[in-house]
Design a protein around this ligand. Sequence first.
Ligand SMILES: NC(=O)c1ccc[n+]([C@@H]2O[C@H](COP(=O)([O-])OP(=O)(O)OC[C@H]3O[C@@H](n4cnc5c(N)ncnc54)[C@H](O)[C@@H]3O)[C@@H](O)[C@H]2O)c1
Length: 257
Amino acid sequence: MYTIDLNGKTGLVTGVVNKHSIALHIAQKLQQAGMGLYFTYANQSLKERVEEAVVGMAPLGIFECDVQNEGMVEGMFREIAGKHDAIHALVHSVAFAPREELGGSFLNMSRQGFLTALDISSYSLVSLTRHAAPLMKEGGSIIAMTYIASQVVIPGYNVMAIAKSALESIIRYLAYDLGRSNIRVNGVSAGPVNTLSARGIKGFLKMMEYYPQKAPLGRNITADEVGDAALFLLSPMSSGVTGEVLFVDAGYHIVGM
Ligand SMILES: NC(=O)c1ccc[n+]([C@@H]2O[C@H](COP(=O)([O-])OP(=O)(O)OC[C@H]3O[C@@H](n4cnc5c(N)ncnc54)[C@H](O)[C@@H]3O)[C@@H](O)[C@H]2O)c1
């Protein structure tokens, strides 16, 4: 039997806010495979919530890291570098857009909403990777969470669709830049999962009712299934895969009507 053994490997997981977070389910799989993990919270008001969510996972450390704050990102990696010669994995599971931008008319998207959504949800992958890559001295694997609205219109997703298109392009450019350093960069495109962020999208619960009708597997996916796919991409099992977006959506994306 082939088992995924990540003992002795170290990773950083961003984007846990509570027990429903996709990032937490990814982290659980990594931890079960033996990887030591660092976590982040976006601001002080979320500190306790995140500490509570990861309590059973023996975290190596939990950092405050607002991805809009370059100094915080830099400081976090400096601290990690002080404790580890190398890290091996980075999970980007962070997204945000002002609530008023997630629904209604696409045409009325504000410039500030656009800039905020792309800064937090897309550019942050460049910033985190820039600081993580020098620590990936033994090679590494980076994943980012995306959604099919990057490619087709999902009404109401609006500015976040643009952010996901940018994110997927960033994944490809980073994969190209970092391939010779044996650092792989991939995306996981998940079907709807009932999380705090997802509930901010107008019509999200309707979406969860619609998916099982259309998806070949006839059901929604679980966050645990996203965790398994992420584990594959963050382990040597996927050593030949980079610049890819792997759909974990019960096959929804292949169906035209
Ligand atoms: N839930 C879904 O249906 C679904 C589907 C496809 C992709 N995704 C993506 O999965 C990822 C995780 O989302 P989730 O559904 O687990 O929701 P979630 O609310 O649990 O996670 C979103 C995270 O982003 C963090 N965040 C927001 N602004 C930040 C900032 N400035 N700095 C640092 N962190 C910040 C939040 O604190 C939170 O931890 C997102 O990229 C989301 O777009 C979600």
